[in-house]
Structures are given as structure tokens and as C-alpha cells.
Design a protein around this ligand. Sequence first.
Ligand SMILES: *[C@@H]1O[C@H](CO)[C@@H](O)[C@H](O)[C@H]1NC(C)=O
Ligand SMILES: *[C@@H]1O[C@H](CO)[C@@H](O)[C@H](O)[C@H]1NC(C)=O
Ligand SMILES: *[C@@H]1O[C@H](CO)[C@@H](O)[C@H](O)[C@H]1NC(C)=O
Ligand SMILES: *[C@@H]1O[C@H](CO)[C@@H](O)[C@H](O)[C@H]1NC(C)=O
Ligand SMILES: *[C@@H]1O[C@H](CO)[C@@H](O)[C@H](O)[C@H]1NC(C)=O
Ligand SMILES: *[C@@H]1O[C@H](CO)[C@@H](O)[C@H](O)[C@H]1NC(C)=O
Ligand SMILES: *[C@@H]1O[C@H](CO)[C@@H](O)[C@H](O)[C@H]1NC(C)=O
Ligand SMILES: *[C@@H]1O[C@H](CO)[C@@H](O)[C@H](O)[C@H]1NC(C)=O
Length: 497
Amino acid sequence: MMKTRSTADERGLRTPLSKQRSFSSAPGYSLRGAVFFLVTFIVVLVVLQIQALKRPELLSSSPSPWDVLHQVEHVLAAAGSQATDGGDCGRKLENARSRLRDFITFLPLKNLSLADKAMVGTTWFMSSLNDTFEGEDTEHLHFPSDASQGRLLCIAGNHTNNGTMNFYALAWPDALPRGAVLLPGLTFVSDTYYDYGNLWHGLAAVMPFFRWHLTKNCVLPERWVLYHWGELRTSMGYWVRTLTEIALGQEVRTEDFAAANGRPACFEEAVVFRHNEGVMSPRRKREVYDMLRCKARAFCNFTSSEEDGGTPAAPLIRLTLLLRTGARSFKNESTVIDIFKKACSKFEGCRFTVAWADKLETFCDQVRTLSATDVLVSPHGAQLTNMFFMDQNSSVMEFFPKGWHELAGPGQYVYHWLAGNSGMRHPEAWRDPNGVPCPFPGKDFRCFSQYFKDQQLGHDQAHFANWTATVLSQTKEYKLSQAAVRPHHSVAGCACG
Ligand SMILES: *[C@@H]1O[C@H](CO)[C@@H](O)[C@H](O)[C@H]1NC(C)=O
Ligand SMILES: *[C@@H]1O[C@H](CO)[C@@H](O)[C@H](O)[C@H]1NC(C)=O
Ligand SMILES: *[C@@H]1O[C@H](CO)[C@@H](O)[C@H](O)[C@H]1NC(C)=O
Ligand SMILES: *[C@@H]1O[C@H](CO)[C@@H](O)[C@H](O)[C@H]1NC(C)=O
Ligand SMILES: *[C@@H]1O[C@H](CO)[C@@H](O)[C@H](O)[C@H]1NC(C)=O
Ligand SMILES: *[C@@H]1O[C@H](CO)[C@@H](O)[C@H](O)[C@H]1NC(C)=O
Ligand SMILES: *[C@@H]1O[C@H](CO)[C@@H](O)[C@H](O)[C@H]1NC(C)=O
Ligand SMILES: *[C@@H]1O[C@H](CO)[C@@H](O)[C@H](O)[C@H]1NC(C)=O
């Protein structure tokens, strides 16, 4: 029950840190401060002891409160006996504090023994710590908090290509690791299995932080600490960074730990998300997307052109064909453009726009184009991440090359999910029945990765025309019913605006 956690593994991995601990120690404390510290510390330990008796699960935390209690008794006994033989009490107490610092255990940020379930449960990132669940939000770690027993998060982790060489520890504010740098304010710490570059992956990683901002009185971080597999990352892709800056209304400052100069950094307050969106409920996600849409449109000076056209009987329906070049583009682009243009022109109130994803260079080009869209027609790809800039209840028509259905796994449904979570309609997708031949037999994954994944799309004129007509009539019906209940656009400001 009172097992100690210093496996041979951990001992080995802690060695590099003991070197770092020999950096100049934290500033000295006054005698009064030291006494106050010890009294506080003992009170905390008594409380912990009581909690541990009530909640046996605390006993296996690292280091266990029992272990620490035992050690502290030892330290206090030593300090007490030294004090009675007339020594400098302040110095002895400082000595006691100094020994307390040595109980801090640094563990590797990435636990390789959990590689097969990297994103499951406590994940392989900070694997000794259990998540806290709050309402319908993503599971998180918060420091200091009751769950951390008032301890701060400390990280010694600037390695960019091996997460097992980065370390974390928990420490009480009064006994930080030797030489540690205390970074003030709130720090957002993220670990993602994917990346911060791709629109879709990056969005999944930053969503829970936007939610935190939204629910915690619009708090803002002083800095971001980004990890991928426990490896430090210091940049986000352009789209992800711009969205983040607009969502929070401040520049993204990523920490590279250069100022810490190899010493551990402890955070005055930190929140860690390591499950991307995790268990955040669709309802909560929608609230975040609503905030993002509102703030992005305001930032990009988008004003709705809804009043520009349409009549009470035939409302304006804006259909946008968003094309890709290269991977998953249409083989016969001009024909595809004609099909949708014709289908739109046959429908009263429909206004057709064609755009190329790679020509929407700035973030605001993308926001404005999608904000002015009711029906988005586009092949599967990251450009679809922009769909949440459309008004709620807009529609998405997505196109997949042959082979995706059989071989791409659940990841192919990300834009169905995004539509569901951001309040869009995405009832069906088109799957090309024809494709490139694959030389491997059966459902060999190499067929997908080497042949099918990025192949070009054909078209089906009759089906596309029919499908478009169906979506346009649904959109019209929906717009008419909305006009009846909600005649005016709300002009309320954005959440956390
Ligand atoms: C985390 O939760 C598991 C399962 O409930 C428990 O066995 C373990 O002791 C907990 N660890 C910590 C650090 O609280
Ligand atoms: C890694 O995870 C395993 C399995 O949960 C655990 O037994 C071990 O203590 C962890 N190691 C570290 C260094 O956190
Ligand atoms: C990462 O570092 C560990 C030591 O912490 C080492 O055992 C391992 O081989 C390294 N992995 C890579 C891919 O370099
Ligand atoms: C980490 O910090 C140490 C000390 O400043 C430095 O020597 C090392 O090059 C840094 N490593 C990386 C990968 O930036
Ligand atoms: C929005 O309009 C303001 C005021 O006209 C202007 O300063 C700003 O640059 C515009 N922003 C964008 C992204 O176009
Ligand atoms: C595209 O389709 C049209 C009409 O179906 C056809 O005339 C044209 O040759 C095709 N172009 C290409 C490049 O296949
Ligand atoms: C979207 O449609 C649903 C169901 O038709 C409706 O309840 C909801 O109010 C609509 N949302 C908006 C923002 O119009
Ligand atoms: C679409 O095709 C179906 C038959 O496949 C037909 O019943 C329906 O009327 C068509 N819809 C439109 C809008 O043309």
C-alpha cells in the first residue's frame, strides 16, 4: 500500500534533473517566512492525511502523502534537534525546506510503456496524473487545485525530438525544485497526438482551451506550452494561430524555455489538456464554435449580405463550390463547375460562387467566403474545417474518392462530426465509384495510402444535379421556416467579446 515509486526506470531518468538542480537555488526566505512555511506545510500534511484516509486512491499518487509525511517527520525531527543545541533556527528551517525540495520527483513527460494506448485514460503524457472532469467539458489537469493537493506543475522539457527526455513534477509553491524558475500567470499546456499545423488537427488541440476561456470568465493565458508526444513545439500553423489569436484577442506566445536555461520552470497556474476535445459534449462544442464564428466575422469585418437578394417567397441561398488543386481535386473541373452553376441557376434565389481553397490565402478570405455560404460543396479535405464560419444550419456536400469508405477508417467522418458539432447539416456524401487500380490484393492498406487517398475525383452529372436540387429545396424550406420565427438578425456581441 505504501509502495514507493522509484523504479529503476525512474531513477535512471531522473539523473539528468539532479544535474539541473545544482543550478543556483531559489532566493532565500526570511525566518518568519520559513516558520510560516513549515506551519503551513504541516497543516497541509495533516489535511492530506485526513483526505488520504477518506480517499484511498490518493495513497498511490506520486509521491504518496504517506511517504512525504514520513520524510517530513524525519526532517522536522532533525531540524528540532539541531534547534535545541543552539543553532540558528532560521538556517535549520531553511535546511529543512531544502531537504523537502529533494522529495520532488521528476518523471518523463512521455511514458513509453503506454505507447499502445497513448491517448487512452491518463494517456502517455503526464501518465501519473488523473484527469479532472467538470460538467460536459474536456477532461483536464489544473495546477494548483484540490486534485493537485495545492501543488504547482513544474516542467523541465525543451527537447524537441524525444518526449522521454522531457520531465514534469509537482511541487508546493514554498518548496519549488532547486533553481526552478517561477513563471507567473496562467499557462496553457497542451499535448496532442497529432499536430498544431493542420487545420483540423490544430483546431482539435486548441478547442478545449477556447472552452476554458469561455467558461472561466474569459481568462487569458500568459503563454502556451505545446507538446506533441511530449516533444516541445513552439509554433502553430498560420490558420490555427490566427484563429487562436482572434478567439482570445491576444498574440499567441509559445514558450521555448530558453530563458529557463536548462532549469525547471514552474507555473503559478497551469491548465493541461491532453485529449484534444476529449469528452466535451456536442452542446459545449457548439458554444465554442458560435464564439469563434462571431469573433472571426467581427475581426474580418464580415457583414452579412443576406439582404442583398432574395424575396420573401424565394430567400437568397448562397451555394459555394470550394475546389482543391492537386490531391482530391476534380479531374474535370470545368464540367463540375458547370453542373453546380446550372443546378443553382435553375433554383430561384440561388447564387453561385466558385472558389479555390489555395487561393483563399488569408484567414479572413476563408472566413468571408464561408460566412457568405449556405450550401458548401467541396471534396474531403482540411479546407472543410472552415465550415463552422457558416451560419448555423447551413449544409455541406462532401465528396470522397473511391476506396475511402472501405479503407480510411473512422477518421473519414471528421467533417460529418464537425458539422454535427458546429450545427451544420451534412446528411450524406458522394463516393466516387471509379478510381485508380491498386496492385495489392483485398483491403491492403497500401492501396489507400499509396493509391486511393489523394486520387482525383470523377463526377456524376445526373446525381450531382439531383442532389443539389434536393439540398437547395431543403435549405429554402428551412430558411422560410426560420424567417417566420426569427425575422431579424441578432446583433448581440460575441461571448467573451
Ligand atoms: C488515478 O485513478 C486510478 C483509478 O481510479 C487510481 O487507481 C489511481 O490511484 C489514481 N492516481 C492518482 C495519482 O490519483
Ligand atoms: C508508466 O506507466 C506505467 C503503467 O501505467 C506505470 O506503471 C509506470 O509507473 C509509468 N512510468 C512513469 C515513469 O511514469
Ligand atoms: C529517447 O531517450 C531515451 C532516454 O531517455 C532513449 O532511451 C531513447 O532511445 C530515445 N529515443 C529516441 C528515438 O532517440
Ligand atoms: C534546452 O536547453 C538547454 C539549456 O538552455 C540547451 O543547452 C539545449 O540546447 C536546449 N535544447 C533544445 C532542444 O532546445
Ligand atoms: C476591419 O476594418 C477596420 C476599420 O475599417 C480596419 O482597420 C481593419 O484593418 C479591417 N480588418 C480586416 C481584417 O480587414
Ligand atoms: C470534361 O468533360 C467535358 C464534358 O463532359 C468533355 O467535353 C471534356 O473533354 C472533359 N475534359 C477533360 C479534361 O476530361
Ligand atoms: C437550426 O435548426 C434547428 C432545427 O431546425 C433549430 O432548432 C435552430 O434554432 C436552428 N438554429 C439557428 C441558429 O437558426
Ligand atoms: C432525384 O432523383 C430521384 C430519383 O432518383 C427523383 O425521385 C427525384 O425527383 C429527383 N429530384 C430532383 C430534385 O430532381
